[in-house]
Design a binder for this molecule. Sequence first.
Ligand SMILES: [Zn+2]
Length: 602
Amino acid sequence: MSDFAQSVKQQADIVKIVETYIRLRKTGAQNYTGLCPFHKEKSPSFSVHAVRQFYHCFGCHESGDVFSFVGKIENVTFPEAVRIVAQKCGIPLPKREFSSPEEAAEARMRGKLLELHEIAVAWFEEQLASPEGALAREYLAGRGLTAEGIRAFRIGYGPDSFHALEERLRREADEATLRASGLFSAKEMGEGADGKQQFGPIYDRFRKRVMFPISNESGRVIAFTARALESGDKAGAKYINSPETPLYSKSHVLFNLDKARAAIRRDGFALLVEGQMDCISVYLRGIQNVIATSGTAFTEQQVAILKRHTQNVVVNFDPDTAGANAAEKSIALLTEEGFSIKIVTLDGGLDPDRYVRERGIEAYTQAIRGARWQADYLIDRARQQFHGASAEQKQKAVDFLLPHIRRIPQMLARDQFAADAAQKLGISDAVFRAEFRQAALKRRERVEARPASLSEVERVLLRALAVTDPEHESARRIAADAINAQPQAFEHLTAFVALRALAERGARDPMDAVEDDVQRALLAEALLAEKDAPSAAEVESAIQETEERAIAGRLRDVRAMIADAEQRGDFAELALLTQKKLELDRSLRRLHDQRPGNEAAD
Ligand SMILES: [Zn+2]
C-alpha cells in the first residue's frame, strides 16, 4: 500500500464511507449492521466494525477494508478506490503519476474532451433558449417537457449551421482534440502517402437537432443523442449519436444511471426502458429508478454495470416485434447473470413516454406493479407464437423455452419454470416432460467454497492474535508462540491458515495479514463478536484444548492402523504402532493433568 493510500486509510472512517452507499444501524459498542449490498437479503447480515475498520457479511462472506468495499461496490481498481475514498474524505489527491507518456497524453485528452463537452452542452442550452431554438422548444413542449424538465436533463439545440459550434470551440482546443471529440464530422479523402485515411476540414455534426446529453455515472456529459427536428430525406436519420470516442463507448453506458442510482438502491430495483425520451418522461414524473439502454441491444458491459447497483429489474421495452426481440435478448443476458426479472407490457401498444402522457403516472405505476415474472411472460409468448394442440406446435413451444430455462443459474427456479411451462402448454406427453426435466437439471448451481463454522477455541485464538493494544500483548504472544512452535498441532483447525498468518504478522494490521478471502472472512467473523480480548488464561486453555484434539485425532489414526496391522498379521509394525499409541496416551494424560482444575484429578 502506498504512503498516500495508508494515510487515506488512517483518516477515513469506514462507517461513514459505507453509509454513503447503504443505511447502517448501530447494533453494538463497535458494530454497525445493514443490508448487504453484495447479495440479496431481507434481514441485515452485513456488519461494519468501527474500531477495526473492516466490514464482513455473514450471508455472503464478503469482507475487507474501506478500499475493498469501495472497489467492489463501484467496480473499480484499487488506485481508483483510494481516490474515491480520498475525495469523500476531502483529502487532496497527489498529482497523478502515469506509467507511460502515452497514458499521460490519453488522460490529458480525456480531461480536455470533458471540458469541451461541458462547453458544448452549455452552448446547446443557450441555443435552445435563443430565437432560433423556437421550433425545438415547440417540439419539446409537444412532448410534454416543461422548462424545469429541460433544465434537469440539460436538453439543448444544435442550430442549422455547419460551423457555429466549431467557431465556439476553436479557441478551446487544438484541431486533433476537436476531431477526437465526436462533436464534428469530416469528409473522408482517401488514403494519404502514409497509407492512413485522410479527412477534409471539420464541420458541426449535429445540425438542426434537439440535443440530449449522455452522462457518465458521475454526471459528466460525455456524448449526445440528437433528434432531427424535420423529417424527410434531407433531414437525415431521425436520431444520431456521438461516435465512439476516448470518453464514450455506447455499450458501456446506461442512460440516466447518474440520476437513478440512488433511487435504484432505495427502491431495490431498476426500471429498464428502451428510449431516452421514455426514460426522461418517466423520471420527470417521479419514477426515479429508471434507466435506458439507448438502443435496442443490452450489452454484457451494461449488465455488469447494472449489477453493481441491483439484481432486480423490471423491463419495459417497446411492444412491437423488434422491441420484443430486444427484450428477449436482454432477458437472456440478465438471466445468465442471476438477475430476477419482471416484464411490463403496456396495453394499447404504447411506449412508456406516450403511456405516462396519455394515462398518467398513476396508471403507469400500476402497470409496473402488475409486471409479470419473466417465466410467465415467456410462456405466454410461446403460446402466442405456437398455438394449436398439434404435437409439432408443442415441440416448437418447448424448443423456444428450453434455452431460456437452461440459462437460469438457480436450480429451483429452473425446476419451477419447467413445471409451469409443461402445465400451461398442456403438455402431458412424458417425452416433453422429460425434456423439461433434463433442462432443469442441466445447469447446476455454482458451489462456492463456504467456510465451515468456527469453534469456540478458534474464536479465542483469532481474537487473541488480532489484538493491537499492549494491555493484551501477553495473551497474543502466548498464542503466537504456541502456533509457531508446533504448527502441526493446529493444522486440523478450519482457521489454520488465518491463525498461521496472524502468528507471523508482526506489526501488520490483522485484516491485511490474512490474504486468503475465505480465511479473512473467518477472522472478521471472530472479531465482530462483542467480546473483550481474551485473557492469557483463556488463550492457554484454548491452546491446550487444541493440542488435546490434535493428539486425539492422531490416536484415532494409530488405532485404525493397529487394527489393520493385526488383520494383516504384521507383528513388527504392530509393535511400533503400539509403542506410538502409548506415547500419545501419555501426552494426552499429561496435557489433561496440566489443565487448570485437573491437577488433583488422580
Ligand atoms: Zn452479503
